[in-house]
Design a protein around this ligand. Structure first.
Ligand SMILES: Nc1ncnc2c1ncn2[C@@H]1O[C@H](COP(=O)(O)OP(=O)(O)OP(=O)(O)O)[C@@H](O)[C@H]1O
Length: 310
């Protein structure tokens, strides 16, 4: 898919704080690109520069839309700061937002009713915003960001404050929009959701890129296998097990971090016969663990060969 958004070498400082130190990435049509990073890494600053809410000190943001810049009414945006007018009815605020984007009102009305149903808010169209719970208000604001069928959708922490059921509804809708061709840039701290739905990710730390690539490539390079064993075993015995990069022991639970390129079935056959195992689990390290390893500068996870910076 062709890139719809090019961000090139963005730099931005606030007084003596350099928040962005040269950020470059692309977002393609039909993909979900996650922008990740610890608190204060520079995610919202990047998004605000893309949206023109603030201007970079240097660098460029380009929209490629039929060879021209993208019209503003083809962009949808859910800001990190939530807020809608309090004493306005749900339908009225959503039609107002659609109208701001020059979207036909009758069509918008139909879409609002469809979305309210989909988001478990059926019958709430005439309720005023102040009567909604925080999560309900967030759903309405999300509907407001997509009511005009944007080609590029930018979501700053869309899942924060949502219960797991609502997170799933958002996740399914975002995935459906991408499947229909919308380019989606999404910032989130919910690694499990990112792992389930994103095609590519950009991880930023201290205003700089640390990872940029497809989820598959990142997992192949960082996500080695780990084997969790419950059972009373001595460190000496565990140390005799081949192809183990690192051993973590916590009471009777042991996590064996395996070397890169270990073949799991072959490795399992090499386990000592007298090892005590009441439970055994073999799985890949999650994106959550990769994130913590990078964000806390531990660098315990060894990165494999190959290039994930694209
Ligand atoms: N308007 C501002 N004035 C001064 N400093 C700012 C401003 N906006 C952001 N910063 C600083 O820039 C850095 C990046 O902030 P930003 O909000 O982009 O981080 P973030 O990755 O979105 O964090 P979070 O996950 O906490 O939302 C931080 O050090 C922050 O303190």
């Amino acid at each position: 898919m062709e890139p719809l958004l090019h961000v090139h070498n963005l730099k931005k400082s606030f007084k003596d704080k350099q928040a962005l130190k040269g950020i470059s990435f692309e977002v393609h049509r039909g993909e979900i690109m996650a922008i990740l990073g610890p608190n204060g890494a520079g995610k919202s600053t990047t998004i605000r520069n893309i949206m023109g809410i603030m201007y970079p000190d240097s660098g460029t943001v380009q929209f490629n839309y039929n060879g021209k810049g993208i019209p503003k009414n083809k962009i949808g945006y859910l800001p990190e700061e939530r807020g809608l007018y309090k004493n306005v009815k749900v339908m009225d605020i959503l039609l107002y937002l659609a109208d701001l984007k020059d979207y036909p009102i009758q069509q918008a009305k139909e879409r609002v009713l469809d979305y309210l149903k989909k988001f478990d808010l059926e019958g709430k169209e005439n309720v005023s915003i102040e009567e909604l719970s925080k999560g309900m208000g967030q759903k309405v604001q999300f509907i407001g960001s997509i009511i005009h069928e944007p080609d590029l959708l930018i979501l700053d922490e869309p899942f924060s404050g949502l219960d797991p059921v609502s997170q799933d509804i958002f996740k399914d809708e975002i995935s459906q929009l991408a499947a229909n061709g919308t380019a989606i840039l999404l910032s989130s701290h919910q690694m499990n959701l990112v792992e389930e739905m994103c095609d590519r990710l950009f991880m930023i730390q201290n205003g700089q890129k640390v990872i940029y690539g497809t989820l598959d490539d990142v997992k192949k390079q960082y996500a080695n296998f780990k084997c969790t064993i419950s059972g009373k075993n001595s460190t000496e015995q565990l140390q005799t097990i081949p192809n183990v990069d690192r051993i973590e022991q916590n009471g009777d639970t042991t996590i064996l971090h395996l070397n890169q390129d270990v073949n799991p079935p072959l490795w399992l056959r090499q386990l000592p016969e007298d090892l005590h195992i009441s439970e055994l689990k073999l799985n890949r390290i999650s994106l959550h663990e990769i994130f913590i390893d990078i964000a806390t500068n531990q660098h315990l996870i060894k990165k494999g060969e190959g290039e994930i910076y694209v």
